[in-house]
Design a protein around this ligand. Structure first.
Ligand code: ZN
Length: 55
């Protein structure tokens, strides 16, 4: 009996901290972009590094 393989997980999940850009934009209180910093959550890859459980 063949089970349909639904266990394949997408490993290229986009890092939602930086929305896949690999960096986060630092803004001041007026909304003006100050600088861009490498996203610490994905180390600049824009992809999720850890296999976090979804909740
Ligand atoms: Zn990121």
């Amino acid at each position: 009996m063949n089970h349909q393989s639904s266990t394949l997980k997408t490993s290229n999940l986009i890092c939602h901290h930086c929305e896949g850009k690999g960096y986060s934009v630092i803004r001041d209180c007026t909304g003006e972009i100050q600088r861009e910093e490498t996203c610490l959550f994905c180390c600049g890859t824009g992809k999720k590094q850890d296999d976090e459980p979804e909740d």
